[in-house]
Design a protein around this ligand. Structure first.
Ligand SMILES: NC(=O)c1ccc[n+]([C@@H]2O[C@H](COP(=O)([O-])OP(=O)(O)OC[C@H]3O[C@@H](n4cnc5c(N)ncnc54)[C@H](O)[C@@H]3O)[C@@H](O)[C@H]2O)c1
Ligand SMILES: O=C(O)C[C@H](O)C(=O)O
Length: 360
């Protein structure tokens, strides 16, 4: 061998030696990202949590993938969709943050996307157009959520599930029924994401009382559609009082925040960016809970005994197993008690619709 070729031969031997100590390449990485393990010295993912996003190429999925790639608690990020997953994966994977990103395209790759995950976030499904209710999405999204949750039950039954797909008031009961059928249901690990209602409530209340929205915390209970979204303005932190007009304006705007965005987008979908922010905030809280951090509290639509309904959104304390404690409603004023009755009536129908979709 000539002297000029010697360093190249040494380098290839070094790479071959290092590669032999690495995990075998996963087919997903080979298929959907340009990374070839043989071409890098990486020892694989750093310690942290493994997170999958199902519906990762969508309006919520893409910015959510970006935000989860930035999260320092995430070591592995799996991006699954039935379209465009390779492109989103290649794009997000170039961000120089810690998480290793892998893409998965289509049903045959669902199991690989889910295996070993600690947290599964589901924004898969169709969004509303003007004039539609969230319940109008049921016929398409119910089947999507059912199939994805069957995958979760099979491949990562201990994962925490954050369910975003609408109608949340029905898709969470669907997921619960799927898990019950599979014998894997753990009510602590299934959480409907209602954080956007809290995010909106904090923003709108802050506007009215003239505070920084980051300093305002409004509990929003019930569910995630119309009158089931019940902001508890009597429990706002920092404590403040509102005129009857302010209460009426704020309650109406918080309950119809989603519709405000759907109409403004005029047929191009529903909230995606504020939702990705809210979903990332909620997922981060779940990961802090999984890590064992104390005092992590968020509102979420979960299995609950706070009312006579089997599911209800209230504040929940998050921990190593997901929901450690479902917190009580606290004292309600007369306006809120009336709102609660209306919310429960509509919620009962939506919950039953989800349950019977799986049972029939
Ligand atoms: N919980 C909330 O507060 C909240 C807020 C906003 C939107 N949403 C809901 O989130 C859902 C997604 O909204 P979006 O704006 O991202 O919609 P979108 O159409 O932009 O994206 C949805 C993605 O899901 C994918 N998908 C469809 N079927 C799938 C399947 N079987 N497996 C995996 N992926 C699949 C699509 O390919 C698409 O990429 C809608 O149902 C919407 O109503 C909920
Ligand atoms: O309004 C929608 O359809 C999407 C979402 O539920 C929202 O609240 O923005």
């Amino acid at each position: 061998m000539s002297q000029r070729m010697q360093p190249i031969a040494d380098a290839s031997r070094r790479i071959a030696r290092i590669s032999s100590h690495l995990h075998p390449p996963t087919s997903q990485m080979e298929e959907t990202s340009l990374l070839r393990r043989a071409n890098c010295r990486s020892k694989g993912a750093a310690p942290g949590f493994k997170v999958a996003i199902l519906g990762a190429a969508g309006g919520i999925g893409q910015p959510l993938a970006m935000l989860m790639k930035i999260n320092p608690l995430v070591s592995v990020l799996h991006l699954y969709d039935v379209v465009n997953a390779p492109g989103v994966t290649a794009d997000v994977s170039h961000m120089n943050t810690g998480a290793v990103v892998r893409g998965f395209l289509g049903q045959p790759q669902l199991e690989n996307a889910l295996t070993g995950m600690d947290l599964v976030i589901i924004p898969a499904g169709v969004p509303r157009k003007p004039g539609m209710t969230r319940d109008d999405l049921f016929n398409i999204n119910a089947g999507i959520v059912k199939t994805l949750c069957e995958g979760v039950a099979k491949c990562c039954p201990k994962a925490i599930v954050n369910l975003i797909s609408n109608p949340v008031n029905s898709t969470v009961p669907i997921a619960a029924e799927v898990f019950k059928r599979a014998g894997t249901f753990d009510p602590r690990r299934l959480l409907g994401v209602t954080t956007l209602d809290v995010v909106r409530a904090n923003t709108f209340v802050a506007e009215v009382i003239g505070l920084d929205p980051r300093d305002v915390n409004v509990p929003v209970v019930g569910g995630h559609a119309g009158v089931t979204i019940l902001p508890l303005l009597s429990q706002v932190n920092p404590p403040c009082s509102f005129t009857p007009d302010e209460i009426s304006h704020l309650t109406n705007r918080i309950q119809n925040g989603g519709t405000e965005v759907v109409e403004a987008k005029a047929g191009a979908g529903s909230a995606t960016l504020s939702m990705a922010y809210a979903a990332a905030k909620f997922a981060d809280a779940c990961l802090h809970g999984l890590r064992g951090d104390a005092g992590v509290v968020e509102c979420s639509f979960v299995a609950s005994q706070v009312t006579e309904l089997p599911f209800f959104a209230t504040k929940v304390q998050l921990g190593r197993n997901g929901v450690e404690e479902v917190l009580p409603l606290g004292p309600l004023n007369e306006f809120e008690r009336a709102g609660l009755e209306k919310a429960k009536k509509e919620l009962a129908v939506s919950i039953e619709k989800g349950v019977s979709f799986v049972k029939k």
